[in-house]
Design a protein. Structure first.
Length: 274
């Protein structure tokens, strides 16, 4: 565990913890569960230019006049600003929770925030190539925040919001994506539209990737405690793209080509929802 992770260890599971699974946590493996480090062959770097990555959107997808909000989870500077990200903010259900967390990491210490940022940039390219306007919750991968209460409201003028994350279960055997939607939603109509978005994202992700059926056959969980979703005024989902501590998924998540595959699946889900 690196210093940047140990700094905030108590926080790591605060956002997305579920029974038996450690979401967004970089918990150390137990003595009997020591994973083999993954050596990435094509490790992605958040500072790499992305211009050489050509969007592969099929011709014919027209998202003109559509506005899509993307939230790459966490931020690269969160770990070095504990007092800022530990402060309490409204959770959208009358309570409070921490502004943000550092996110999880692969066992070779590739941070979730870099993965989220890489996928979001590629998805932004796909969407813009199809004519859509894209609104992002953050503009770089070196800053701090925004806090979770602003990770829904930034999308107020968009048609929908997709929050991109990766999970960090303690067991390296846990594998697969899952999709999270707010329930209850702030209105029946918004809840229905968000559920439709969750279905579309789950079906699109299930093409190239494995659903984590611990969350049901569609790998969708419905939760009242996630501030970004609670504070969204448009249909919104969190996609936990995979498990960063699973060696095979970590290898995919660390590579540019793998991140492109995730972006393409998310693009498919968005176009299917429209
Ligand atoms: Zn996360």
């Amino acid at each position: 565990m690196s210093p940047r992770h140990s700094l905030l260890a108590p926080l790591l599971c605060a956002v997305l913890a579920l029974p038996g699974l450690t979401a967004c946590g970089a918990n150390p493996p137990s003595a009997t569960d020591t994973p083999t480090p993954v050596v990435p062959e094509e490790r992605s770097n958040s500072t790499s230019p992305v211009a050489q990555d050509t969007p592969t959107t099929e011709p014919g997808i027209d998202l003109s006049d559509r506005t899509v909000a993307l939230d790459p989870g966490h931020n690269g500077g969160n770990a070095s600003h504990p007092s800022e990200i530990n402060r309490q903010v409204p959770d959208g259900r009358g309570g409070t929770k921490a502004c943000n967390t550092t996110g999880t990491a692969t066992d070779s210490d590739y941070p979730e925030t870099d993965f989220n940022w890489g996928v979001a940039q590629k998805l932004e390219q796909e969407l813009e190539a199809a004519g859509a306007e894209v609104v992002m919750s953050r503009n770089d991968n070196e800053g701090v925040g925004p806090c979770v209460d602003e990770r829904g409201t930034f999308a107020d003028d968009a048609d929908l919001m997709v929050s991109i994350h990766a999970n960090g279960s303690e067991s390296t055997k846990v594998k697969g994506f899952h999709v999270i939607v707010a329930q209850p939603g702030s209105s029946d109509e918004l809840e229905d539209d968000s559920n439709r978005l969750a279905d579309a994202m789950s079906q699109a992700m299930a093409g190239p990737f494995t659903p984590n059926k611990a969350y049901g056959k569609d790998a969708i969980s419905r939760r009242p405690d996630l501030a970004g979703l609670n504070n969204a005024s448009v249909p919104a989902v969190i996609v936990e793209c995979g498990e960063m501590r699973n060696p095979s998924e970590a290898k995919t998540m660390e590579s540019q080509s793998g991140q492109r595959k995730y972006a393409e699946a998310l693009m498919q889900g968005i176009t299917d929802w429209y």
